[in-house]
Design a protein around this ligand. Structure first.
Ligand SMILES: [Fe+2]
Ligand SMILES: [Fe+2]
Length: 361
């Protein structure tokens, strides 16, 4: 500890604990890490390998006006109010889709297996059915669903912007296998069966007739060779519970993690992948909502969070939506490898992957 003064060490701790200190200490941090921290545990669960994965953003504009969305939640009683009890603004939104503030989140996943076979899955299904359908038609998801080329719908969590547009998927493929995380509420299952909830302006006119699987957090769930899902028991704003993510093992690259909102927290997610899945010490890429500043607020502790991401040595970050623009700016400022987008199809900025953009590993 000769080259580092006690004063600097304490200053570092005040900034943000050990990580803040390491960030301040620069090159000396490796020495310090080796001295103070035990070697990280690396996972043992084998998920196989795939040749590549491509994740295309069908829609990341979950809502079009942030302050309206926040206002809807606050007027209803705050962030913990049941999402089905909130009268979401659905008329007169200038920048919205046909006056509605509801958009949605949906991603197409295309995997090439080692034998060359291509597999397709849909991760989340938007919010506003009309907007989601428009996005589906733009990217050809409508035809892929009708042809049953898309093998299943993987619902990351029950949130309005990821799940409530389920009619857009069922319209083209009513018996599609659906995978949800443990923690879904009765309303979520009723919606799938064709319920209507007038208070929150929600309906599904096409009942689901296919298999439904609920995945819990007890294990890593195999999907296809090189792909697995993981589930987190996490309480989430607007009375949602549980979120699941997908992990891919791409040959000669490393692990790729694709999330919906990342309500489990990016560090919790990265640590779990590293400690559980074989190859977890090489997380090559991540894509999805990273849930740091979804409403563009900022707290100094988020700076530590952004700096902490360096620890995982991620090569490509394809974030969007609830990551927040302010977070993206901070990530770029500290040289995290954010993949830029094109600001098309109503995505507002090119700072991260937007509607129609993709990441291929
Ligand atoms: Fe969410
Ligand atoms: Fe979200």
């Amino acid at each position: 500890m000769t080259d580092i003064s006690r004063r600097d060490f304490l200053k570092g701790l005040a900034v943000g604990g050990t990580l803040g200190y390491f960030a301040m200490a620069g090159v000396s941090s490796t020495v310090m890490k080796n001295a103070f921290l035990p070697p990280p545990k690396v996972g043992a669960v084998e998920i196989g390998e795939c040749k590549s994965v491509k994740a295309t953003v069908i829609s990341e504009t979950s809502w079009f006006n942030n302050s309206l969305l926040m206002g809807d939640m606050q007027k209803a009683g705050g962030l913990l109010v049941n999402q089905y009890e909130i009268p979401w603004t659905n008329t007169g939104v200038q920048e919205g889709w046909k006056g509605d503030n509801a958009g949605g989140y949906s991603t197409l996943i295309e995997v090439e297996q080692l034998d060359g076979k291509k597999r397709k899955f849909l991760l989340d299904t938007g919010w506003n059915v009309d907007w989601t359908d428009t996005c589906f038609q733009r990217e050809g998801i409508d035809k892929m669903l009708s042809n049953k080329e898309i093998e299943f719908l993987f619902v990351t969590h029950e949130h309005f912007d990821h799940y409530w547009g389920v009619e857009a998927t069922l319209k083209y493929y009513p018996d599609i296998p659906v995978i949800v995380p443990k923690g879904f509420y009765p309303e979520g299952f009723e919606l799938l069966k064709g319920a209507e909830f007038t208070k929150c302006h929600l309906a599904n006119k096409v009942p689901h007739t296919g298999p439904l699987e609920v995945r819990d957090s007890s294990k890593v769930h195999p999907v296809i060779p090189g792909v697995a899902s993981i589930t987190f028991d996490v309480p989430i704003i607007t009375r949602v519970f549980g979120e699941q993510a997908l992990v891919f093992n791409v040959k000669d690259k490393g692990l790729v993690v694709i999330t919906g909102c990342c309500h489990m927290g990016i560090i919790t997610l990265m640590e779990y992948v590293r400690e559980t899945i074989k190859g977890g010490d090489n997380i090559y890429a991540i894509q999805g909502g990273l849930h740091i500043s979804p409403f563009e607020d900022w707290d100094p502790q988020y700076d530590d969070l952004v700096l902490a991401i360096h620890k995982y040595g991620i090569q490509k970050m394809g974030c969007n939506h609830c990551t927040g623009y302010v977070t993206a700016e901070k990530m770029i400022a500290v040289n995290l490898p954010l993949v830029r987008g094109t600001a098309q199809n109503k995505s507002k900025r090119d700072i991260y992957l937007g509607n129609g953009d993709f990441l291929m590993i």
